[in-house]
Design a protein around this ligand. Structure first.
Ligand SMILES: [Zn+2]
Length: 258
């Protein structure tokens, strides 16, 4: 079977799976790949809830099954692995046993989540392979990974793969400024400061504030005060360009960085 891989953003993934579910075309086994473990777990938990939901609703619609999901009270949902430690064959066997037991109504869905697939030992991976090869009716697998290259090809070839596009966080911008300052990149900073001036006030304050909180306070008190003063000036002023120019001049000539 050819591998099916698609790269998508969170919101697109939700609508995509909503369509699959409402059209009865849901994949039996899906690998979700993303570097950001928190983002990965959040998006997959949401899709699992939608899968289990009586109406496959995009948002929790308060149906009995959504409520049980919220309370973590579903017998037909099994999660194995903690995203960090190795997953042994015993865990997979338990999963298989509980899915074949008669505690479930025949009609109800069964869902399992593995976080993360790369943590399966070789024997555990082989055990799960059987379940993937012949998925029983109504069983859906959600396999998480930070790096799909670490998953054995026999597992990959039996699953649809969704590459979850990592969300860009504001932190990247902050780190750029921090890098410029700490490594004394004056020329690049000039360009940065021009872009910085064009940002709205709220964003300017947010960037300075996050750097102040992240790095500077613990290291150099004078710099911390300089950041705080600048933030305050930007807050109070209706014309911030001069303040920003002043900030970029001072921050590079200041002996406090040496
Ligand atoms: Zn529901």
């Amino acid at each position: 079977m050819k591998e099916l891989i698609e790269k998508m953003q969170d919101s697109k993934i939700i609508t995509y799976f909503n369509e699959l579910l409402t059209n009865g075309q849901m994949f039996h086994s899906t690998i979700f790949s993303c570097n950001n473990q928190t983002q990965l777990e959040n998006i997959v938990e949401e899709i699992i809830r939608m899968t289990i939901c009586e109406n496959h609703a995009i948002k929790n619609d308060g149906c009995a099954l959504c409520c049980k999901f919220e309370k973590n009270n579903l017998l037909n949902l099994i999660r194995i692995g903690d995203g960090v430690n190795l997953i042994k064959k015993e865990s997979v066997n338990e999963l298989i046993t509980s899915f074949s037991s008669s505690t479930f109504e025949q009609s109800s869905l069964k869902v399992y989540l593995i976080k993360n697939v790369e943590n399966l030992t070789e024997t555990a991976a082989n055990a799960i392979l059987k379940l993937l090869e012949e998925p029983p009716t109504g069983v859906f697998a959600f396999l998480l990974t930070n790096d799909r290259n670490q998953i054995i090809s026999t597992i990959k070839s039996r699953c649809k793969t969704i590459m979850v596009e990592e969300r860009v966080v504001d932190l990247d911008i902050d780190l750029e400024l921090l890098d410029l300052i700490q490594n004394n990149k004056k020329n690049e900073a000039l360009l940065y400061s021009e872009n910085f001036k064009r940002k709205d006030k709220k964003e300017q304050i947010e960037i300075l504030n996050q750097i102040y909180k992240k790095e500077i306070l613990t290291n150099r008190q004078e710099v911390a005060e300089f950041f705080l003063d600048t933030i305050l000036e930007i807050k109070r002023s209706s014309y911030t360009n001069l303040i920003i120019e002043n900030f970029f001049i001072k921050i590079f000539e200041a002996p406090i960085w040496k």
